[in-house]
Design a protein. Sequence first.
Length: 156
Amino acid sequence: MASKIEVDEIFNAGGDNDTGIDLATNDQILLKVANATRLTMNSTGQTTIVGEGGTTTTSLQQGLGKYWTQFNGTGTVATQDSFNQGGLTDNGTGDYTTSFTNNMNNDDYASGFGTNTGEPEIHTLATSSFRASMLNSSGSNNDKSIVSYIILGDLA
């Protein structure tokens, strides 16, 4: 029979930076509410949680955005805020290349783009960067004051 510890709180009384939870190779942490598992974390850190409907699970790592940015693409291009962005290059009117701080696993990731007006056009997707243009209603490259990108997929 497996051991069972029931506590209301786990805290670090030793003054270092861990909680004292140490998983062996095949162990996992289960978080249960009303005897139903709501979160599972294995010894490699893979974490699944119960979805909003309460019946399906979602991989936490798979469900997170791995990159996003919002920048002003007019004049001197300026990033307003970002996550995992290594750099942003203005290649010309409405044409931008952005690089990742942490590369993607492959170039088959999903990308979403938005702008205050017009449409985006993807040129290249690579593991370390991507290149896209912002187009006006006639299909010509056009600088935009608000450009947003998000990437979903696996990190390398």
